[in-house]
Write a protein that binds this ligand. Structure first.
Ligand code: NAD
Length: 301
């Protein structure tokens, strides 16, 4: 979709982070927007900013875990804007911690938001795209959806699923005139990690205390975030990829190097996965040691 001007877009998770940056950048491209989120206060602020740019914008509550929300908001979308050109499935969450401390409810919550959001969205929007034989579906996955990483396990699982779904639809929908892209962000400075619940072992909570653990992880996140790319910069790259109808949209070239390794040298890729995990453990251990805590004796993700 080379020209976005006067085209219609629906976005999930548009109140903060990447979704917010997308909404503002797409408004500047002349798109008509329908922005949604569960954080209605922040969403209203984004809507006001878009209105200040002179673009057409509607907003509403859409909890992506709820098909009833998608059904009613898509009806509202079509009655206001007529048809859909760009469907941006962006909402996502993370819950951190070791596999031993993450509960089945945590798994369900992450998969409901990160994976079922896309399935729900396709259920209400895809038939309309097929009727017109046009439209572009963009799913925001993660670099953690193409390379086994040190991100939390339910997060990685959900993102690999979104990547697989996107790649398959890319092929299947091509002959119907519908484009599919999957964005695989690396590390972007947004609110996702501040909001992420982190699960610890009972022993660690007993010995250190939940409050102290929260403080330690906030401190670790602050450090990581200071090195992360700003969402506006990342979104510029993502929009270029959308305009070029790319299947995979990256923000960092380093990701291509890792993928090449995965394809051409599986043994070296295995070494990379092991080293990556070891390095992450080392960093986390060093961080906790600053607080006088040796986490080697505790399970931690
Ligand atoms: N920030 C990163 O480093 C990074 C890296 C890779 C992938 N991503 C992905 O980018 C997407 C956007 O994340 P972000 O980093 O901007 O995070 P963010 O937390 O800043 O924004 C996510 C938005 O999703 C909304 N949301 C959460 N649960 C929801 C629900 N049930 N229904 C509707 N909206 C809901 C939040 O209210 C928030 O506005 C996510 O899919 C995330 O997994 C982010």
């Amino acid at each position: 979709m080379k020209n976005l001007n006067n085209k219609n877009c629906f976005i999930t998770g548009a109140a903060n982070g990447i979704g917010k940056s997308f909404a503002l950048a797409l408004a500047r491209e002349g798109m008509n927007l329908f922005i949604t989120d569960i954080d209605l206060e922040s969403l209203e602020r984004v809507k006001n900013e878009i209105e200040d740019l002179g673009a057409t914008v509607y907003s509403g509550l859409c909890d992506v875990t709820r098909i009833d929300h998608f059904k009613s908001i898509s009806n509202e979308f079509f009655s206001k804007l007529g048809h859909i050109d760009l469907l941006l499935n962006n909402a996502g969450i993370a819950i951190g911690g070791s596999i031993l401390d993450i509960t089945l409810d945590d798994w369900k919550q992450v998969l409901d938001v990160n994976l079922w959001s896309v399935i729900h969205s396709l259920e209400v929007f895809l038939p309309k795209m097929l009727e017109r034989r046009s439209g572009h579906i963009v799913n925001v996955a993660s670099g953690a959806g193409i390379v086994g990483s040190t991100e939390p396990l339910p997060y990685v699982t959900s993102k690999f699923a979104v990547v697989g779904l996107s790649e398959t639809l890319f092929g299947q929908l091509n002959s119907y005139g519908i484009k599919v892209s999957v964005i695989v962000p690396t590390y972007i400075r947004t609110t996702i990690f501040d909001k992420a619940k982190i699960k610890y072992s009972k022993e660690l909570i007993n010995d250190v205390g939940q409050e102290k653990l929260n403080e330690i992880s906030r401190d670790l996140l602050k450090d990581m975030q200071s090195k992360a790319m700003l969402p506006d910069r990342a979104v510029k790259k993502y929009i270029k990829g959308i305009k070029e109808d790319q299947l995979y949209i990256y923000d960092t070239k380093a990701m291509l190097g890792i993928l090449t390794l995965k394809g051409t040298n599986p043994h070296q890729y295995e070494t990379f996965l092991k080293e990556n995990s070891k390095n992450s453990e080392k960093t986390t251990r060093a961080h906790y040691l600053k607080y006088g805590i040796d986490i080697e004796k505790y399970r931690i993700g």
